[in-house]
Ligand binder design. Structure first.
Ligand code: T4K
Length: 365
């Protein structure tokens, strides 16, 4: 069993060369413009549009992914309605629904992709349903065709929480809207940040107003907005990380391939089917094995894996009304562990982590 001298964390952000960041700061100094739709933000937006193949009029940047979701839901008019979503996600997906005055209704997930199952979501559609919010969890792609069908059949909005899916080309432009998180724990980041990509370009102006207190002009405030603007330093970090995106993706694929090969003939199921390898989730036989691996990796190996996403959202206090509604998700949340993956993690360390996991599990198999 290998014990690492320095702790291995589940993730570390990519940092561009400091000299490049300093050069960008010099530009910000000379602009003397720090936030509120500055020139670096505009550069970041146009580079993202090019990279994603989406017109600039169909995307908007925010200070973080949670506020991007909140304002996206709000701009699409979900307040007061029911929104069907998955409990197997980070709490932000549901918090944003609640914070705009809508009610999350939880449907179960598909046991293979771990994403919301459209057939289970359909059973919960009522006249009060305004939207469905599937999550491309770990970058694993949802059944997009299934959700498109539900959107057309019932006239409900489809909004993807694509927080984990930056770099997965096929998800861009799906549904009415998608949100990508640029938090430093993501494979691509802007210190903090969130991006909305939306089908209907006519809501761009509304989103731009909502993130700036709903101010329309010096003398007009046209709604109850908030402050969710991305600042110039975030945008600078985003531009510098975007320059490196192909390398970041390629590096993660190599890590994922090592874990995949290591667990191929074992009782450990590797659950990453994504194209961006943003996480390296593994499923164990039962809760006890998962807990043992989590604590022994930490205690004996100095490796800090994470139980994303446990507890399940419906086991968290604000959502207990739906406790026990999703047995597949509940089972997965008790058996899953995400292993370290990030740009710069040495491949021999990845091999050692996988060997440690197999050794810990060994006696139980
Ligand atoms: N929807 C979904 C499906 C999401 O997963 C998220 C966020 C959102 C929406 C909302 O997007 P944002 O508003 O965040 O843009 C983290 C993140 O805070 C959160 O962004 C993320 N999902 C969630 C899955 O994970 P924690 O509490 O696990 O982060 P923390 O601080 O424990 O960091 C994890 C590891 O990363 C640690 O071992 C330390 C390391 N780390 C972290 C940071 C921030 C670093 O090495 N450097 C750093 O700067 O929540």
């Amino acid at each position: 069993m290998k014990r690492f001298d320095d702790p291995i964390l589940v993730t570390r952000p990519y940092l561009p060369p400091l000299e490049d960041f300093k050069r960008g700061c010099e530009e910000i100094w000379s602009n003397r413009w720090l936030t509120n739709d500055g020139p670096v933000l505009h550069r970041f937006q146009s580079e993202l549009a090019k990279c994603l193949g989406v017109p600039e009029g169909n995307l908007a940047l925010f200070v973080n992914g949670t506020l991007a979701l909140e304002l996206g839901y709000y701009a699409l008019g979900l307040q007061g309605g029911e929104v069907i979503t998955t409990p197997f996600t980070f709490v932000a997906t549901s918090h944003a629904i609640r914070r705009i005055g809508a009610t999350p209704v939880f449907a179960d997930v598909d046991p293979d992709t771990l994403c919301l199952d459209p057939a289970k979501a359909e059973k919960l559609i009522t006249p009060r349903t305004k939207a469905i919010v599937p999550v491309h969890v770990y970058g694993n792609v949802c059944d997009v065709d299934g959700f498109e069908r539900l959107g057309s059949k019932y006239g409900v909005k489809i909004i993807y929480d694509a927080a984990h899916a930056f770099g997965v080309k096929s998800v861009v432009g799906c549904g009415d809207m998608s949100m990508f998180s640029f938090h430093p724990t993501k494979l691509f980041h802007s210190c903090e940040g969130g991006l909305l990509v939306f089908r209907d370009g006519s809501i761009k102006e509304r989103l731009s107003q909502l993130r700036n207190f709903a101010i329309k002009s010096e003398t007009e405030c046209v709604g109850v907005g908030t402050n969710a603007k991305m600042n110039e330093f975030q945008a600078l970090m985003g531009c510098l990380c975007l320059d490196k995106i192909d390398e970041l993706l390629a590096y993660r694929k190599r890590i994922s391939d090592i874990y995949k090969a290591a667990f191929a003939d074992s009782a450990v199921k590797f659950a990453d089917s994504s194209a961006n390898h943003s996480y390296c989730p593994v499923l164990f036989r039962d809760f006890e094995t998962r807990e043992k691996v989590y604590s022994e990796l930490k205690g004996r190996c100095n490796v800090y894996s994470r139980r994303y996403f446990y507890p399940l959202v419906t086991d968290c206090e604000p959502y207990l009304y739906a406790r026990n509604a999703c047995p597949v998700a509940a089972d997965i949340a008790r058996r899953i562990l995400t292993l370290p993956t990030y740009y710069g993690l040495p491949m021999e360390d990845v091999r050692s982590i996988a060997e440690n996991v197999l050794e810990i599990v060994g006696a139980d198999c």
